[in-house]
Design a protein around this ligand. Structure first.
Ligand code: ADP
Ligand code: ZN
Length: 295
């Protein structure tokens, strides 16, 4: 049996699957992320129950961060400088995996990128990025099948973007103000317009979508230029706003002006910018896939 765990800032998803089918969990459990002691206790309970009949052979963990996911680091498996109360410097992997099972540990978005590449919107591609536009913004990248990660990077969520001329908002990132996250994450949308991206009134809707789409498309274009990703999967709560994905697709050609890797120039925006394909929690499916790789 394999166990995959996705620890998010608000909820945890645990799943157990057989080694030959990491994309088809036989058991799933969700619970809120509370303090580390209680949360890790519930994860350990799930692992114990998952191994009741067939022993658990490997674990995969995909966690909110920033995380130290560099296997050569002495702090591998640790959540580092998060502002989330009680969670800074928590040795998540060590406390979850007291049995010392073979274990993979990646950031939540990197887990989602692996899940989407192998079992979702990226099937058949070899390079893919998964972006979440949610409470924060994060991007996980797989290049030529290899998950890219380590000590808290890549940090595409804080990409510096060209301002949209209609946007007067200073930005809400505590470090940079108007970086990508400071301009597009859910809290920035609420702070700027007073409503979430699903609820823009008619008079505001088109301009607000154009502003958001311009930044998200800049990120996607920059990621494609930098990594050669064939697909950029756009996930997270903000992307649930109906029509926003189409607005981002529409913004892409004006930015790219026909320039870019062959995969981009030859493809229509809707082939490159895609919605998540793993119906629920691609991060946990990615965590299971990475666990399966260890066997
Ligand atoms: P997290 O990033 O914490 O894992 P989400 O990806 O669900 O969680 O993102 C939460 C953010 O997305 C919130 O700021 C919320 O305002 C925004 N959001 C959630 N659902 C929607 C929706 N249907 N439409 C627009 N924005 C949404
Ligand atoms: Zn920032």
């Amino acid at each position: 049996m394999l166990v995959g765990v996705e620890t998010g800032g608000t909820k945890v998803v645990c799943a157990a699957a057989r080694a030959d089918a990491p994309d088809r969990p036989v058991a799933v459990r969700r619970f809120p992320t509370t303090d580390p002691g209680a949360t890790i206790g519930r994860i350990r309970e799930f692992i114990a129950e998952a191994g009741a009949d067939e022993p658990v052979e490997a674990l995969g963990l995909a966690s909110f961060g920033p995380v130290d996911a560099d296997p050569s680091s002495p702090r591998f498996g640790t959540i580092t400088t998060t502002p989330k109360a009680g969670w800074a410097d928590v040795d998540l992997l060590g406390r979850v995996n007291q049995e010392g099972l073979p274990a993979a540990f990646v950031s939540d978005v990197l887990g989602a990128a692996v899940g989407e590449l192998r079992y979702g919107a990226g099937r058949g591609a070899s390079s893919l990025a998964y972006a979440t536009i949610g409470t924060g913004v994060g991007v996980g990248i797989v290049i030529d099948g290899r998950p890219i990660g380590g000590d808290g990077w890549p940090e595409v969520g804080h990409l510096l973007v060209r301002r949209h001329p209609a946007d007067r908002f200073a930005g809400s990132c505590p470090f940079h103000g108007d970086c990508l996250e400071g301009l597009t994450a859910g809290p920035a949308v609420l702070a700027r317009w007073g409503v979430d991206a699903s609820s823009f009134p008619a008079g505001l809707h088109d301009e607000a979508f154009a502003v958001l789409a311009s930044y998200i498309a800049q990120m996607a274009y920059s990621v494609v230029l930098t990594t050669g990703a064939e697909k950029v999967v756009l996930g997270g709560g903000v992307m649930l706003a109906p029509g926003l994905l189409d607005a981002v697709r529409s913004a892409l050609p004006d930015l790219a002006r026909g320039y870019g890797p062959a995969a981009l120039s030859a493809a229509a925006p809707e082939d490159v910018l895609v919605a998540p394909g793993v119906p629920d929690s691609p991060g946990v499916v990615g965590a299971l896939a990475l666990a399966a790789d260890l066997l």
